[in-house]
Ligand binder design. Structure first.
Ligand SMILES: [Zn+2]
Length: 546
């Protein structure tokens, strides 16, 4: 689907505009030319697994066929069933009373799962009829689903930094992918839980989340990444020196101008790297074996699979059953050609590309199911707050955009957010009011009775969940790394996008126009004025403008 062209502040090939490819790996390539000696950047190196090969013969052995290993849903539990969404609903819901700390024999565990590049509208729970996401769908049926969850900057590191700090990207300081890092001594979810006596672990699946690229390891007692072929790429000890050099360059010269000159042959590097949820799970299970019974824990698990290249394991590569005879695949090379207009996709080509993406999602969903099953091994399922979300979405040609990081349209910023904790949260509830990634942190603290000591910009979602607030005062704010576009989504599904370079605004009413095709700004001057003022306030709060 091709939409109207939007004015661009910079060329598509610039670093930030092209951050989905160069941003996520361009620096990786730069660093990979000289990097960390195959030595994993973790605090518990003995815990690490051998780096697996990506070749099928020696790669991960857990490659289940979802249709063979997981029973099909019955019609009554169809993944397409979508709870009714009614903006403004605020009925009082029956929620068990909160136990006081003295009544609780043990603080609840917290499991936070992020699935990279996961569009909300590709899940059954969010209305996608062809989804193969039974685990996420069941989690939503038994828990709370936020229908309008929005990320604050649609790139991996920035979004995860907002998730972990409860801060907008311009406040956290993590905007430019793999260049910006959290400042030392930043308050994070992990640091708060660690201070409260929790065991803390972050187990992730992509190199950009390595400490030297983001600083997200703060507060984690275990922080470990599992990326296929890491040892081949990260084999030179000069990596950190190059990263530091790049930050110096960035500080002196506008990064848009420097990055393209600095970055060279990056793409082939990315082709050789990948993250796989089954590999990550293996590490997670080992961590649980060692820590599950030792006291409450905060465990963050990051799956990378839906991120390009779209190369789902065998058994997931024809998940929609398309009869495709063309030559388009989900490789990084193909995506580059599409972005460079070297390939014009037919409808069949596009369908095949999204089928591959859907296969990656299905695989991640299955692996999430294995993780949830593993909790039962230690009888943790009832005393663990489970939160699943994404870091950003993915464009497939909507508004002429591909991948992520370049636009604030829904395809890139709307993510799933599901919370599951039957003893304290209601089941089958859908929240229509806007929710932000930065709200996850205060919500988890609210649920566990812990307090932040420093500023958190997000707000707890518990009043919404409990029906104590209708959310009519809520809004969700998103920015891009280069400040080119900003957006605000308000209660009632009104969304305003502003081109910060020329002031042009677009106004959409999402529940009538999910594809954001009908710009209503001119016909609705009052709403446009109100949202523009709201956006301006949020830009000031977030730190985009001061
Ligand atoms: Zn990401």
């Amino acid at each position: 689907m091709r939409g109207q062209k939007r004015p661009k502040r910079q060329t598509r090939r610039s670093f930030l505009g092209h951050s989905a490819i160069l941003g996520s790996v361009g620096l990786t390539a730069l660093f990979a030319a000289a990097c960390g000696g195959g030595r994993p950047p973790v605090s518990e190196r003995a815990f690490l697994l051998p780096t697996p090969s990506r070749t099928p013969s020696t790669g991960p052995t857990v490659v289940p066929n979802p249709t063979a290993t997981r029973p099909a849903l019955t019609s009554s539990e169809s993944s397409t069933a979508r709870p009714t969404v009614s903006p403004g609903r605020a009925e009082q819901r029956a929620v068990p009373p909160s136990p006081t700390p003295t009544e609780a024999p043990r603080q609840p565990n917290v499991l936070l799962v992020t699935i990279d590049t996961l569009r909300a509208d590709r899940l059954g729970a969010y209305g996608f009829a062809q989804a193969h996401t039974p685990v996420l769908d069941q989690l939503a049926r038994e828990g709370v689903r936020f229908d309008r969850a929005i990320c604050q900057l649609p790139q991996t590191n920035a979004s995860h930094a907002s998730l972990m700090t409860g801060l907008y990207a311009s406040t956290s300081g993590v905007k430019v992918h793999m260049v910006d890092k959290l400042r030392p001594d930043t308050q994070t979810l992990a640091s708060i839980f660690a201070r409260a006596g929790y065991q803390t672990a972050g187990i992730y699946s992509w190199v950009s989340l390595d400490p030297q690229f983001c600083g997200l390891d703060q507060g984690f007692q275990t922080y470990a990444g599992y990326v296929l072929n890491r040892s081949m790429i990260f084999s030179d000890p000069r990596l950190e020196q190059l990263a530091a050099t790049f930050r110096q360059i960035k500080a002196q010269v506008p990064i848009v101008k420097t990055a393209d000159a600095v970055l060279g042959q990056s793409d082939r590097i990315e082709e050789s790297l990948d993250g796989r949820a089954d590999v990550t799970n293996q590490a997670v299970f080992e961590w649980l074996d060692a820590h599950a019974q030792a006291g409450p824990f905060f465990l963050w698990v990051h799956y990378y699979d839906p991120h390009y290249p779209y190369a789902p394991p065998k058994g997931y590569d024809h998940i929609l059953g398309l009869d495709y005879q063309g030559s388009v695949d989900g490789s990084v090379e193909t995506i580059h050609k599409i972005e460079n207009d070297q390939i014009t996709l037919s409808a069949g080509d596009l369908a095949r590309l999204t089928e591959l993406y859907q296969g990656e999602i299905a695989f991640a969903d299955f692996q999430l199911g294995r993780l949830l099953d593993y909790l039962k091994k230690y009888d943790l399922q009832d005393n663990t707050i489970i939160t699943v979300t994404g870091d950003h979405g993915e464009s497939f040609g909507e508004h002429d955009d591909w991948t992520h990081g370049q636009a604030v349209y829904e395809s890139e910023i709307r993510i799933p957010l599901i919370m599951h904790f039957p003893s304290r949260l209601p089941s089958g509830v859908t929240i229509a009011a806007p929710a932000q990634v930065i709200d996850v942190m205060p919500t988890l603290l609210d649920l566990t009775g812990l307090r932040a000591q420093k500023t958190v910009q997000g707000t707890s979602l518990l009043p919404l969940i409990r029906g104590q607030s209708d959310g009519s005062d809520r809004a969700a704010f998103t920015e891009l790394a280069d400040d080119s576009f900003v957006s605000v989504l308000t209660y009632g599904d009104w969304k305003l996008i502003r081109n910060d370079a020329n002031g042009e605004v677009q106004l959409y009413h999402l529940s009538d126009d999910e594809a954001e095709q009908k710009n209503l700004a001119q016909d609705n001057p009052q709403t446009t004025r109100e949202l523009s003022a709201r956006l301006q306030d949020l830009m000031k709060i977030s730190g985009v403008t001061r």
